[in-house]
Design a protein around this ligand. Structure first.
Ligand code: FE
Ligand code: FE
Ligand code: ZN
Length: 276
């Protein structure tokens, strides 16, 4: 089954977001666990989440992908920012137990001048503090574009984080096509080689989700500006090859393109039309 969907607003609660997904032809979706700029999460309404779980089962919707706030930075230099990262991820994972089998994506972090090695040490510290073998959610490190002091702009950095995490059974990677393109991985002319490298360095068994985005910028720009599918520098043919690739096609794909609902509906239809 082609698992395709997009980022949706969670303002109306779980059932509403599931219904919206279905209405635009999506069978997966991503949402923010709370305001992406930080702050407290809305309490979960047990009735709403139960109704959503039934709706999702009925309509084969899932896995759902929760995105951590952008302000979550375990690699920060300031202690209170690191403490926010720990508290937020812990709370998010607790809440996600209401929707078993979910994915939780986060940006590994920015080392803000402390150096990549220190950044990796702090991010690993977060994961070792939080991950538990009992949780049902799989936590995903997002591949980053490598802008500023971002950690996770190369497969090697992600591999180091994973290898230094003790409880790693529930740890995976979300590959963002715009980010790795901007990071210098040429998925347009050499997708097979990029996947070979991913497998050698991280291991394809860690790959659990794809953020499917075109990029406004050329290869290796280290910018991170998403474009609509087929309207950027990666192009429709290359993104069609991503959704059809034998090593990727069973993964869930989540669009994070600059689109309104109608735009997402059209992109999902377009991708279904190129899926073979
Ligand atoms: Fe992200
Ligand atoms: Fe992304
Ligand atoms: Zn991005």
């Amino acid at each position: 089954m082609f698992k395709i969907g997009c980022h949706l607003s969670s303002a109306g609660g779980y059932l509403a977001i599931g219904q919206t997904a279905k209405s635009i032809g999506a069978n997966v979706f991503q949402f923010f666990t709370r305001n992406p700029r930080g702050g407290a999460a809305k309490p979960i309404d047990p009735q709403d989440v139960a109704a959503f779980n039934a709706f999702a089962a009925e309509n084969s919707i899932g896995p759902i992908l929760a995105h951590a706030p952008y302000t979550l930075n375990a690699a920060a230099a300031v202690e209170s920012i690191r403490a926010f990262a720990h508290a937020t991820m812990k709370d998010d994972l607790q809440r996600l137990e209401a929707t078993p089998g979910a994915l939780y994506n986060f940006h590994p972090g920015s080392h803000v001048g402390q150096g990549t090695e220190k950044g990796i040490e702090l991010i690993t510290g977060l994961l070792n503090d939080i991950l538990s073998p009992a949780q049902s959610t799989t936590v995903l490190l997002e591949t980053m574009a490598g802008k500023g002091s971002e950690v996770g702009g190369s497969f090697e950095e992600l591999a180091q984080i994973i290898s230094r995490t003790e409880v790693d059974a529930k740890l995976g990677v979300c590959l963002d096509t715009c980010h790795i393109w901007d990071g210098g991985y040429d998925i347009a002319s050499n997708l097979d080689k990029v996947l070979e490298d991913f497998d050698d360095i991280i291991g394809l068994k860690r790959l659990k989700a794809i953020h499917l985005n075109d990029s406004m910028n050329p290869l290796a720009a280290h910018k991170d500006r998403h474009a609509q599918i087929g309207k950027g520098k990666i192009g429709l043919d290359a993104l069609a090859a991503v959704v059809n690739h034998p090593l990727l096609r069973t993964l869930p794909f989540y669009l994070e393109t600059p689109c309104d609902l109608d735009g997402y509906r059209a992109e999902i239809a377009l991708l279904k039309s190129v899926r073979n």
